[in-house]
Design a protein around this ligand. Structure first.
Ligand code: N01
Length: 643
């Protein structure tokens, strides 16, 4: 084990201790010193509390000033002593110790099954060891194996990083001229993340330098660019290379991949396995409104932002009130002469005091220089922002108001958020009822408030709730016959989310294409594998999206871990074709649907991109994050036909 080093001047450490998260500091010190005096009752933090009206927890520990000062002074002495004496860095905690220290840090019981997940999320346990050892046991077995990854966004980079570490050959095919996927394509004003970055980042590539707790697009995009270099992926990526079709060749046990290359020419590749990393929010959905092509001014989708279109003093129409619209509206309204916001359905919007909070200098210093602090910090973030909302999304079968909410907890949230709308809109009582959703909270992704209501109440903003009937050269005409004049139209209308992999033609073993097999009702085993499509893996596939909290990177890391086990099995056992059994897939999806119907997003009053035309939930995971991790943790080869 290396020795503990605490760099920096005394004043630097002293200043950093003013900014750190104290419960995290205490468990870090207990870990470093092995001394449970750091866990004294006097230092026990307050539980992570959710403030009234919001869902984003207060994460500070809630200490009285004298206790906080005492902790800082004792921590200063202990860290300086450790820095002088330079003992060996203690090994990672046991799972029991992890559970004990986390329970102290968050002031809630933590069982060992949950702690086991946190061990991997912090890197205390190397989750790659599971398949790494298997591959190492058969040296050279991967020599002739090649994987094609479609997409160089967050999922493709994750998959590439693991294949590189495993020494398995791969090529990443990316239609854009840069990596980053959604964080490259979405560049509208104020585009950013709604999960704290210390969780919304790879578990194996923590970044101590996030400038904000919820960073904006440019910083996220730069992070994925950096990861691409850090993991040595550039040489494997072919940019401006779009996959048009793929077909499985049973005789050779390989996929044939047709693509349009950077020169615009047609080309074919072969691969033993294909990993689709195209995401769920990749292909913009333009609204199907009569006369849309007749509009005289610029009309563009939020994910195809036109930075060349100056909105200053223009009349702007924004269609949609989802996450993208909410984020882009305040800056748009500040520039434009007038904005008309076309709302089909109001969404729930939650306050979050930390949304624009910069990460304190001392916090960044501690993440970089206090050994093990970054691991314990991530564990706390994962705990605070993942499954804490799960009880609020599950239906209570005995609940007496099932039309509007799911349970007493869900109802209390509705009350709180409804009160928030009224508070925010103040004198604009006319807007409050039009902004209040009639579906349960968490029926759709809860949107973080960035002054949405304050912006709707501006003099130059009009909320339009009449249906858009048609678009004409100078604006939009609503069902009441009114013409809403516009120089520019922004369609913040979401993505083609039920058509996974569209427009690629993916042909399986029996000659059927995936879009034909699925229609708008995709089903995959664990969101990852599909009968009749051997050696084919979807990341962020059907029923893997999360609504109640957490980070989609977490979900994808669970899937990549599962796919790596499949590939390790194929390579080390000489498996040519690995195909999930139809009955296994059916049973899994029956369970997924049965659970989905009891969750907020399966509520009959919710109409959203999560459901298909028959109301079946096709995008969201029916599991808590912890359960998803458990279900994908260990490959059971008997689920597959192996040839
Ligand atoms: O898209 P959406 P989004 N006429 O589909 C409306 C993630 N994300 O880009 O609600 C009129 O949610 C539609 O109306 P309705 C996040 O997972 C995250 O905003 O269907 N209106 C809706 O209001 C999110 O869920 C972040 O009735 C039409 C809006 O357009 C997902 O991406 C930021 C219409 C579309 O909302 C998608 O979000 C951005 C029509 N013809 C995105 N068609 C953060 O992390 C659609 N609408 C913060």
């Amino acid at each position: 084990m290396p020795r503990i080093e605490i760099p920096g001047a005394d004043a630097q450490l002293e200043a950093a201790l003013e900014d750190v998260n104290l419960p995290t500091l205490l468990v870090t010190l207990a870990h470093l010193t092995g001394d449970d005096a750091w866990l004294a009752q006097r230092y026990a933090p307050a539980p992570i509390a959710v403030p009234e009206g919001g869902l984003f927890p207060d994460n500070t520990g809630g200490y009285e000033a004298d206790v906080a000062a005492e902790i800082r002074a004792a921590a200063y002495d202990a860290l300086r002593r450790l820095g002088r004496e330079r003992p060996e860095l203690p090994p990672p905690p046991s799972v029991g110790r992890m559970a004990q220290l986390m329970a102290f840090s968050v002031a809630e019981p933590i069982d060992e099954a949950y702690a086991a997940m946190l061990m991997e999320e912090t890197g205390f346990v190397d989750r790659d060891d599971q398949w790494g050892r298997q591959l190492a046991g058969v040296p050279g077995a991967a020599a002739d194996f090649h994987v094609a990854i479609v997409g160089a966004g967050m999922s493709g980079i994750c998959m590439g990083a693991k294949l590189k570490a495993a020494g398995i050959a791969f090529t990443i095919l990316e239609k854009n001229d840069a990596v980053g996927g959604t964080w490259y394509e979405n560049a509208y004003p104020d585009c950013g993340v709604d999960t704290p970055n210390h969780f919304y980042s790879y578990s194996f590539a923590r970044n101590p330098d996030w400038s904000g707790y919820f960073s904006k697009r440019d910083e996220l995009y730069a992070y994925f660019e950096r990861c691409t270099d850090q993991f040595g992926l550039r040489e494997h990526i072919r940019l401006q290379t779009e996959v048009t079709a793929m077909a499985y060749d049973e005789s050779g046990g390989r996929w044939r991949i047709d693509l349009r290359n950077v020169a615009g020419g047609a080309e074919t590749l072969a691969a033993n396995a294909v990993v689709s990393a195209v995401g769920q929010l990749n292909r913009p959905a333009m609204p199907d409104i009569e006369g849309i092509e007749s509009f005289a001014g610029p009309l563009f989708h939020s994910a195809r932002w036109r930075s060349d279109v100056d909105l200053t003093d223009r009349k702007v129409a924004v269609i949609g009130t989802g996450c993208s619209a909410v984020q882009l509206l305040p800056k748009t309204a500040a520039a434009a002469a007038k904005v008309s916001v076309f709302q089909r359905t109001p969404h729930w919007v939650s306050p979050n005091d930390d949304y624009y909070r910069p990460v304190e200098k001392g916090q960044i210093w501690a993440l970089k220089h206090i050994p093990r602090y970054a691991e314990w910090h991530r564990a706390r973030m994962v705990f605070a922002f993942s499954d804490r909302n799960w009880p609020a999304v599950t239906a209570d079968p005995g609940w007496t108001h099932p039309q509007r909410t799911l349970s007493e907890t869900n109802d209390a949230l509705r009350e709180a958020l409804t009160g928030y709308i009224v508070d925010q809109l103040g004198e604009r009582r006319d807007l409050a009822s039009r902004c209040t959703p009639d579906f349960p909270v968490f029926g759709k992704r809860l949107i973080i408030d960035n002054n949405w209501y304050g912006t709707l109440a501006r003099d130059n903003v009009a909320l339009v709730t009449d249906r858009i009937e048609r678009i004409v050269p100078d604006g939009l005409v609503t069902a009441d016959g009114a013409l809403h004049q516009a120089d520019v139209i922004i369609a913040a209308t979401g993505f083609r989310t039920n058509q996974f992999l569209w427009p690629m033609a993916v042909t399986g073993r029996s000659g059927e294409t995936l879009d034909r097999r699925w229609g708008d009702s995709p089903r995959a085993f664990k969101g990852t594998t599909v009968p009749d499509y051997p050696n084919f893996f979807c990341l962020y596939g059907p029923n893997t999206n999360i609504v109640h909290g957490g980070s989609i990177i977490y979900q994808v890391e669970c899937q990549v871990h599962y796919v790596m086990q499949c590939l390790a099995l194929m390579i080390t056992e000489g498996v040519r074709s690995m195909e999930v059994r139809e009955a296994v897939n059916d049973a899994y999806n029956d369970e997924v649907q049965a659970i989905s119907e009891t969750l907020a997003w399966g509520h009959p009053g919710v109409s959203s991109w999560y459901k298909n035309s028959q109301g079946r939930v096709v995008n969201n995971s029916p599991f808590s994050l912890h359960e998803f991790w458990q279900r994908l943790h260990d490959l059971e080869p008997e689920h597959y036909a192996l040839v």
